[in-house]
Design a protein around this ligand. Sequence first.
Ligand SMILES: [Zn+2]
Length: 351
Amino acid sequence: MEVLRNDRTRDGFNRLHGKYLKRCLEVLPHSLATLDVSRLTIAFFAISGLDLLDCLHLIEPQKRDIIEWIYSLQILVTKNNESGGHCGRHGFRGSAANGMDNPYDCGNLAMTYCALSSLLILGDDLKRVDKKKIIDGLKEHQLSDGSFVPVVYEKENDMRFVYCATTVSYILNDWSAIDRQKIVSFIRNSFTYECGFGQSPGLESHGGSTYCALAALTLMGELSQLSDKQLSSLKRWCLFRQTNGFQGRPNKDADTCYSFWLGGALKLINGYHLVNTELNTSFILDTQDMITGGLAKYPDSIPDPMHTYLGLSGLALNSINNCLLTVNPALNISERAVKHLIQLHSQWNDN
Ligand SMILES: [Zn+2]
């Protein structure tokens, strides 16, 4: 299906949403003020969205400043200012909004994932990332059941942070600090009677946690830990989430972000060809704001950076939508950025 609507050209589609995402890097409405502490996630949605739209040239003049800003959020704990004596504080903070260098100024796994992905997309060589400390710090984020907490003093462990820990290990090409077998058993224990994955064992199946579980297994090279029967019932559960777009759980309304979470999950288990892409594309395009640009959670509602990005990456799973770069379903960044990562890995291996 043709991705564009209302006689807009491919350039018009890319320019409309490119301008929206560029604006997200500059100024945000007060309705998003609560996201100030996790501003790095908004930056990731904007930067990766601009990449998928092949519009990174729109931020070329600001690129160096954005890279410097991301590095300013890296927490480099030295012996003199280390508080609590553990290395789990290493990583990236979401912004400077909560103050810096206080005992609660800790690296957050989700922010570290967003920082590393954004740096890669911007073409950075990750030379200033303190890889060893971040990897060593992952040890303190992993719990005895195999799951991870986002920051060392919190108890919010679930599948989202399992995904973040595996992406950080994959990007930094170092799996030495985490217990992969424990991760595999946490994921297997979170498989539900409905035949999707929950956020933790005993919880209901959910589109987001199903994506995180399958992407983490893929990045670890452990997808074969699932039986053929589990894979085929997973495909069925994911496919049954499609109404026109995708819903996250049974009996919920379709929501733009699940076009990526469930579409990406289906890509990882070779089930995407069974998606009705025409209906899904139509749903996503109905959530566009044709004046301001951006995509919303539902049609006729207000766009936000997360749904704009995940709507675009949901469209980018379908190779027919040629106004977008191809997205890597496990890392959720463009294949172009993944190619840059593979080049960095081979340079690190040579040194
Ligand atoms: Zn959503």
